[in-house]
Design a protein around this ligand. Sequence first.
Ligand code: ZN
Length: 258
Amino acid sequence: MTTRWNPSAVSEELLNLTLRLGEPDLDLAILAEGNTSELLDDDLIAVKASGAYMSTATPESFVTASTSELVAMIEDPSTTQAQLTAALDAGTQEGERRRGSIETLIHVSVRAFTPARFVAHTHPTAVISLLASVHAEEAFAQPAYSDEAVVIGAPLYVPYAPPGIELGRAFHTRLRHHMETTGSVPALVLLGNHGIVAISDTAAGCEAISLMAVKAARVRLGAHAAGGVVGLDPEHVADYWSREDFAERRGTISGLPQ
Ligand SMILES: [Zn+2]
């Protein structure tokens, strides 16, 4: 069985990250929006179940899923949405249907390229405002201020695809290309007309990346209202990548090789 219901596998860290990102004041997710995951071993992740609210999550709100089996489904061009839905089904447990989020493929795709412990996907209003605008693709191409560059680095943009097998394939293809061209996984992935994905080896890193993405979006929305965004000089940004202290700060936040 690809997906199982096993609340005892859900760590306090994953639960606390989920509750924190689900706090209404942060405006990252409402209702059953968003999902988080933790890598449990070489293959298994704990990932939020479909229909569960981040703001009131409990260990029962998660399922465990095999990354290798789901990545194989992404990479098989014949996989249908119905097959994916069946693979995410952990059956009826304690009177409730338990199924992995439709966006589980985002979480398993990341782990196909790096053993990042935490992945957090949310739908922040400020970021979607830009990702649903005429500026979507280029909105975050250039950092607007230095802490953004340090915490987020260069984000990956994935154009809109319907959640499910189609988004899984689009995300996987873009992430693979990013890995092949840059040699590393981005800390932040922007999903066109949809939301963000924060990738870190720590729960605190996922939170920091998510909050900085929201701030970066608010700065841009303000700058657009003031006549337009002027990004940082590419010369300065290039320096950020080579500066040891900045690389060290990025490494601390993401916990991943820079
Ligand atoms: Zn989503």
